[in-house]
Design a binder for this molecule. Structure first.
Ligand code: SF4
Length: 702
């Protein structure tokens, strides 16, 4: 680098791996990206998305530059000043709250928001508006894992670090394709196995994905049968004595009931339900049982399910009955989809949570938070979750929604229902960076936000690592950091004293104070410390504390008894039913080089080269009986809508199952490439996470 180039450190803003980057900025403003060799998560490596971060940042051709508003949806949006825009937002919110109560409004935010932004949005909503109607698109990807961890371990807490990967000798990857979706973790896994060929890798997925390239065993199970599979593995572990009875006796509760549950099906019966060979289940179970250090990894394949919580606890049980937790190279490692989904949860950015993982249903916790914020009380009623919020906009119970950094008309299930909800809403605020967001069509007020690299802030990745992201460049036009927009709005609402921050540091340090004494205590961390240290894993309870790479090392869990809970769950799937009209199971997911709804990665030519258009994966036998050939245009139809894309025939997908990528929204002025036209609106009853991975569909040649 030339001497005139300035280097900044940051964290990749795409997936939850949270890779460290160095951003080199030349005097002419051009940027170069380099993986940070000193950063623990990635050790200098970057995937294709991370390597192209700077192209997405430098291309500002699609950016929203000025606040805009309109009197009604038949009028065009018109440029206004920030004062006019936020005066209108405050006037409408005040009027609706006065007439219909605080629950008539809400915020829908994002796992890509920075921690400070999340904290302020949460404080405005729960503390000052007086509703808990703030939820995040992390609800769509992680909430089942959150509930699973809480039920089993007593807290939403990932017990291990990425550095445990190199210490493990067996991995069970289920409902995840890290080769494409968490590529740097997968590369660490590849390197580890290459150096240690005895390391065993088991992959469970109805598709033979790129991650299977590393698998010793691929369990190509029937969608919806994950619990049956985990129970069968548990049964085999118990039958062969490959459990840790001493650990179970001393540190867990619920084992006997669980044992009884898993013995209700024989291995053959379980194999038949999963449509797997029994021998493969035995091989997988024996690999886990023989392991000295076992890690499970999972993502949306388990979480995005109508039984997502039950799938999570059935997987966590495997770590608990084998005593593979709280020790080197062991534990359940959920793979977070978004870069700051964990940070959002830490500050309470879900409609049923309070900051520092305090419990909304606990009166003492509500009082602590109310006193801390200087407000009379926190509303005791949980707010609407992501999909519920849109249902309530449609029903008219909610009148206004403020959408920050997310594109729900592409990402929510049953997207046409979400579209009808926004059409019906009285007032929609869209705070975003891109003029390509599909929600703009329904926006009454548009607020231009600063993007990644245009603001400083904090995120937490999948292994509890809190990191500081530098500001590298100025936002274009009049765009402002989200946190500034939110604080300016709070001032307009008359809450100036409580939102009068001189800096991001003040916001972050206010949040750290409320964590004191909790399981996620970071009260020992100042902003200056974090900038200087670059990153640290929580808890950090006192100044100078080195951070906490591994939890539960003394096998005391965060439950009231200190025991981990081995939870017996039913294995029945409650997804929508297949029938003659809709006989195929649709599952959805990501592709390697695109991120979410493509507003950033879609701008990068190199990334569009990998896969340039939406497609349907279908087994040749399913295609054959429908007269479908390679590259034919096909219609995918469900009970809610339809999608039209090109067919790819492949034996890598299980017969009876089809796959659509999630990324594409409207193309060529039609919504027929939008995958979520067909997905269903069933949700897990506890986590409220949608059932994206199981929709009954029919496929026909167009
Ligand atoms: Fe970014 Fe994730 Fe790729 Fe790392 S693995 S560079 S965090 S997208």
């Amino acid at each position: 680098m030339s001497q005139s180039t300035k280097t900044y450190t940051s964290t990749c803003s795409y997936c939850g791996v949270g890779c460290g980057v160095k951003i080199h900025k030349a005097v002419n403003g051009s940027l170069q990206i380099e993986g940070d060799k000193s950063y623990p998560a990635n050790q200098g490596m970057l995937c294709s998305k991370g390597m192209n971060l700077h192209y997405a940042a430098m291309d500002q051709t699609d950016r929203l530059l000025y606040p805009e508003m309109r009197g009604n949806r038949n009028m065009p949006l018109q440029r206004v000043s920030w004062d006019t825009a936020l005066d209108r937002a405050a006037a409408v919110f005040k009027a609706l709250i006065e007439k219909y109560g605080p629950d008539s409004v809400g915020y829908y935010v994002s796992g890509q928001c920075l921690t400070e932004e999340y904290y302020i949005a949460n404080k405005i909503t729960k503390g000052f508006i007086g509703t808990n109607n703030i939820d995040t698109n992390s609800r769509l990807c992680m909430s089942s894992a959150v509930v699973g961890y809480k039920l089993a371990l007593g807290e939403d807490s990932v017990p291990l670090s990425y550095d445990d990967i190199e210490l493990a000798d067996c991995f069970f990857i289920t409902g995840a394709n890290p080769a494409w979706c968490h590529p740097i973790l997968f590369r660490r896994l590849e390197n580890h196995k290459a150096a240690n060929p005895h390391v065993k890798i088991i992959v469970a997925d109805p598709r033979k994905t790129q991650s299977c390239s590393l698998a010793d065993v691929h369990l190509q199970l029937q969608p919806g049968t994950d619990i049956v599979l985990c129970h069968a593995i548990a049964r085999r572990l118990i039958e062969t004595g490959k459990i840790d009875q001493a650990f179970i006796d001393a540190h867990t509760s619920g084992y006997e009931a669980f044992k009884e549950k898993v013995f209700t099906l024989s291995l053959q019966e379980a194999a038949d339900i999963c449509v797997l060979e029994k021998e493969l289940i035995i091989q997988a179970a024996d690999m886990i049982g023989d392991s000295q250090a076992f890690i499970s990894m999972w993502a949306m394949g388990l979480n995005q399910s109508v039984i997502g919580v039950n799938k999570n606890v059935s997987l966590l049980n495997l770590s608990l009955i084998t005593g593979q937790i709280g020790k080197p190279g062991a534990g359940p490692l959920s793979l977070t989809g978004q870069p700051n989904a964990m940070g959002g949860r830490e500050v309470g950015g879900l409609s049923n949570m309070l900051p520092a993982h305090k419990n909304l249903l606990n009166p003492a916790h509500r009082k602590e938070v109310a006193d801390f914020w200087g407000v009379p009380a926190i509303n005791e009623k949980p707010g609407f979750t992501a999909t519920e919020m849109f249902d309530q906009l449609l029903s008219g119970k909610m009148k206004a929604v403020w959408i920050i950094c997310t594109n729900p008309l592409v990402s929510l299930p049953d997207a046409r229902n979400a579209e009808a909800a926004l059409r019906n809403a009285r007032f929609v605020v869209v705070q975003d960076i891109s003029n390509k967001s599909d929600t703009l069509k329904y926006a009454d007020l548009v607020l231009p936000a600063a993007a990644y690299m245009e603001k400083e802030g904090v995120m937490t990745n999948s292994d509890r690592r809190i990191s500081y992201l530098s500001k590298v460049m100025e936002p274009p036009g009049e765009a402002l950091p989200d946190v500034d927009i939110l604080c300016r709005f709070a001032h307009k609402m008359g809450w100036k004293e409580s939102f009068n921050y001189a800096s991001n540091a003040e916001i972050f340090e206010e949040y750290t104070r409320i964590t004191k004494g909790t399981n996620i205590d970071i009260s020992g961390l100042s902003y200056a410390d974090l900038i200087q240290r670059r990153s640290v894993q929580w808890p950090v309870p006192e100044k100078g504390h080195p951070g906490t790479p591994r939890l539960f090392t003394d096998h005391t869990f965060y439950t009231p008894t200190g025991l981990a809970n081995i939870i017996s769950v039913d294995s029945m799937n409650h997804s929508e039913k297949l029938d003659d009209d809709f006989p195929l199971i649709l599952t959805t997911g990501r592709i390697r080089d695109q991120w979410h709804t493509m507003t950033r990665t879609g701008k990068v030519r190199k990334l569009n080269k990998h896969i340039s258009k939406p497609f349907l994966e279908i087994h040749p036998e399913d295609a054959g009986i429908r007269g479908i050939k390679q590259d034919d245009v096909v219609t995918i139809e469900s009970r809610r809508g339809d999608v039209r894309v090109t067919a790819i025939l492949t034996e890598d997908i299980k017969k009876g199952v089809v796959f659509l990528p999630m990324h594409w929204g409207r193309m060529l002025s039609t919504d027929l490439t939008r995958t979520n036209n067909v997905t269903n609106n069933l949700i897990d009853p506890v986590s409220k996470e949608p059932d994206y991975k199981f929709t009954a569909v029919q496929v026909t040649k167009y």
